[in-house]
Design a protein around this ligand. Structure first.
Ligand code: T3D
Length: 257
């Protein structure tokens, strides 16, 4: 079995981080496999992506045994070849990416989850900005995403102290979207990803692009961007289907076109 499992389930690209005995901590092979799986998700047959972990953890971040291995990739490559390409791929993918955080998410594991478009967690899951405890800085886009998600003060405290945040607290502070009970987590989180896969994919991709631009644009620029993207959305077949279905009082059948 590989360190990352990938399959298409209905129109969902289903990715499982798969080193359960190490809480799915990343070694180089696993980071490269995740990049390849995300590339597979560019296929038009896939209309949403679901990322989860096998076993009791979601992902414990960088494999700390690998960083001291003289044969390992070395710090110079770990961000530029492992984590930065992963989070860039997630942000650029033209479809929603759901992080289904089934257990502890620490270090790069937490920040990869937090850069996804919808983050849900099992009740027993937790999030740890573990970097400060070993003398590192938060990476994988965490210094960009966390203050924007929960505000400067909370992000600052969590990143400096490395406290564990329960899934319920993460939901309360706006770090993640929703918590599901452990017993139904797999089913409910997958249902959410499947629901997204049945929506107007192009419109969702445009929304994601606008959100990507949102934090670096002025208000006037963003109004301009909305004008441009709304015109693009209005040219999609799914928009026509959405309007017709509403007027004909039936459920829409979106094709992602
Ligand atoms: O060079 C660089 O490092 C740059 C890149 C940085 C990116 C980063 O992600 S830095 C942050 C790295 N991650 C951490 O510091 C987290 C380390 N792990 C933990 O603090 C704890 O494991 C957890 C709080 C996540 C979970 O604790 P617990 O008690 O539930 O589980 P455990 O017993 O600690 O771990 C279970 C096994 O997974 C254990 O292996 P063993 O003893 O049963 O053979 C443990 O060693 C292993 N494991 C967990 N995290 C890692 C790991 N092995 C290697 N690397 C890990 N990150």
């Amino acid at each position: 079995m590989g360190f990352v499992l990938f399959e298409q389930k209905e129109a969902v690209g289903y990715i499982t981080l798969n080193r359960p005995d190490k809480l799915n901590a990343f070694n180089r092979e696993m980071a490269m496999l995740l990049q390849s799986a995300l590339d597979e998700c560019k296929s038009n047959q896939i209309r949403s992506v679901y990322i989860t972990g096998s076993g009791k953890g979601f992902c414990a971040g960088q494999d700390l045994a690998e960083v001291i291995d003289p044969m390992g990739p070395g710090m110079a490559k770990i961000l530029s070849e492992h984590y930065n390409p992963i989070v860039s791929r997630i942000r650029k993918l033209e479809k929603p990416v759901v992080a289904a955080v089934n257990g502890v998410a620490a270090g790069a594991g937490a920040n990869i989850a937090l850069c996804c478009d919808v983050v849900v967690a099992a009740e027993s899951a937790s999030f740890i900005q573990a970097f400060s405890k070993i003398g590192l800085i938060p990476d994988s886009g965490g210094t960009y995403s966390l203050p924007r998600l929960i505000g400067w003060q909370r992000a600052s405290a969590l990143m400096l102290m490395g406290d564990k945040v329960s899934a319920t607290d993460a939901e309360r502070m706006g770090m993640i979207y929703k918590v599901f009970p452990d017993e139904s987590f797999g089913k409910e989180s997958y249902r959410l990803a499947l629901g997204l896969a049945k929506m107007p994919t192009r419109g969702l991709a445009f929304t994601k692009e606008l959100l990507n631009k949102s934090f670096t644009s002025t208000f006037e620029d963003q109004l301009q961007n909305e004008d441009i993207y709304q015109q693009r959305a209005a040219q999609t077949a799914d928009y026509k289907e959405g309007v017709n279905a509403f007027l004909e009082k039936r459920l829409p059948d979106f094709k992602g076109e």
